[in-house]
Design a protein around this ligand. Structure first.
Ligand code: SAM
Ligand code: CA
Length: 246
């Protein structure tokens, strides 16, 4: 059994490494990155990752292994009409834009345009900016507006949700009408830095503690929702794929 000091050490490491919730060894994660991810990462994504690394909120970015996963997934499902809630500097957005066909579309929403614009030159240089329709502001009213028009119902092939965790269930209610039958909604950070299994009195950063109960609630609600099939993957900070079946 691990000594108490080792356990504490591990807890500290977990809090520091935002992109790893299940892999117990940093070396193993590094191995995945160096062996399979970085050598195949498109130049533009590498550049955007480096731009983002200099930004003070860089902890929010999608990890390179998750970016690779998203790209593969989008191609596997032949996604064309997609949506992203929570853009930040655009790493997952660029992964999506690169994976879509030339006439593919991404409706991208974020309350912060400045961070999007930090990554935009890289996205433009990659020649995929024409696929992106960026809307500045909270996502919920945009979804409500979309729902007013019947032709948007069941029109999205893929939706990536990576924003305010306390709104995920509000998004879910609306997104189920907007995604097509058999289409996918991916909810990001569903392991929430491993905090979903931490005892309530465990040391946690403030924002981790604040959103933790919402993430736990979401995970239970998704597991109980008969309108979807689900698969929760230990990629990045946990991503739950939901396939609409009703
Ligand atoms: N997917 C991004 C990437 O790959 O870098 C990371 C997104 S970051 C974890 C979360 C983002 O959600 C932030 O940029 C934040 O401004 C945005 N956000 C927070 N509340 C929001 C809301 N109500 N509507 C839209 N975006 C929101
Ligand atoms: Ca995320």
């Amino acid at each position: 059994m691990a000594s108490e000091s080792t356990q504490n050490g591990e807890q500290r490491r977990h809090q520091e490494v935002g992109h790893k919730s299940l892999l117990q060894s940093d070396a193993l994660y590094q191995y995945i990155l160096e062996t399979s991810v970085y050598p195949r990462e498109p130049e533009a994504m590498k550049e955007l990752r480096e731009v983002t690394a200099k930004h003070p909120w860089n902890l929010m970015t999608t990890s390179a292994d998750e970016g690779q996963f998203l790209g593969m997934l989008l191609k596997l499902v032949n996604a064309k009409n997609t949506m992203e809630i929570g853009v930040y500097t655009g790493y997952s957005l660029l992964a999506t834009a690169l994976a879509l066909p030339d006439d593919g579309k991404i409706l991208a929403m974020d309350i912060n345009r400045e961070n999007y614009e930090l990554g935009l030159p890289v996205i433009e240089k990659a020649g995929v900016a024409h696929k992106i329709d960026f809307r500045e502001g909270p996502a919920l009213p945009v979804l409500d507006k979309l729902l007013e028009d019947e032709k948007n119902h069941g029109s999205f092939d893929f939706i990536f949700v990576d924003a305010d965790k306390d709104n995920y269930l509000n998004y879910h209610k609306r997104l189920l009408d907007l995604v097509k039958m058999g289409g996918l909604i991916a909810y990001d950070n569903t392991l929430w830095n491993g905090s979903v299994v931490a005892p309530p009195d465990a040391p946690m950063r403030k924002y981790i503690r604040y959103y933790r109960d919402f993430v736990i609630e979401l995970n239970k609600a998704l597991a109980a929702d008969e309108r979807i099939e689900i698969c929760q993957l230990p990629v990045g900070d946990g991503v739950t794929l939901c396939r609409r079946i009703k």
